[in-house]
Design a protein around this ligand. Structure first.
Ligand code: FES
Length: 145
């Protein structure tokens, strides 16, 4: 499942995974950036879960590693510090606030633009946090930064 970022527990040193850092250190710092196959990736630890995303925003390459995290309708989102785009940590979906002009008194609702930011699978093992190499047979808007 490409959209799964659920951390898994492994027994042995995992093959082919990229070491990001010590689990305890990232739990303390709550975020860390790393190079994964030449791309800059940010790993967040938020409300008990690890999430990894491309660190450059799909819009114009803003540094998501410097953004604040906000809850939108029960989904944790990183807010890009450049133009305030919201991206879900779990799926990499871009959210926008839209209104339905046909409603009598339209109120803005958060909606998804689809998956825009590449997310990366996180694996926990031996007290370390690893990220899987990206599947480049699928492309995302954030690949262009
Ligand atoms: Fe992230 Fe524009 S670069 S919102």
């Amino acid at each position: 499942d490409l959209h799964s970022s659920d951390a898994q527990t492994v027994e042995r040193e995992p093959d082919g995974l990229i070491l990001i850092g010590k689990e305890d250190d990232i739990k303390k710092s709550q975020r860390i950036t790393a190079k994964v196959n030449g791309r800059e990736v940010v790993v967040f630890y938020h409300e008990g879960k690890f999430h990894a995303l491309d660190s450059r925003c799909y819009h114009e390459g803003g540094p998501l590693c410097l953004g604040e995290i906000e809850d939108i309708n029960g989904q944790a989102c990183i807010i890009c510090p450049w133009h305030k785009y919201r991206i879900t940590l779990e799926t990499g979906e871009g959210l926008y606030e839209g209104i339905n002009p046909l409603e009598p008194s339209p109120t803005p609702q958060w909606q998804s633009k689809g998956v825009k930011q590449r997310i990366h699978k996180v694996t926990i093992g031996n007290g370390n946090v690893y990220v899987s190499p990206p599947d480049l047979s699928v492309s995302f808007d954030s690949d262009y930064f």
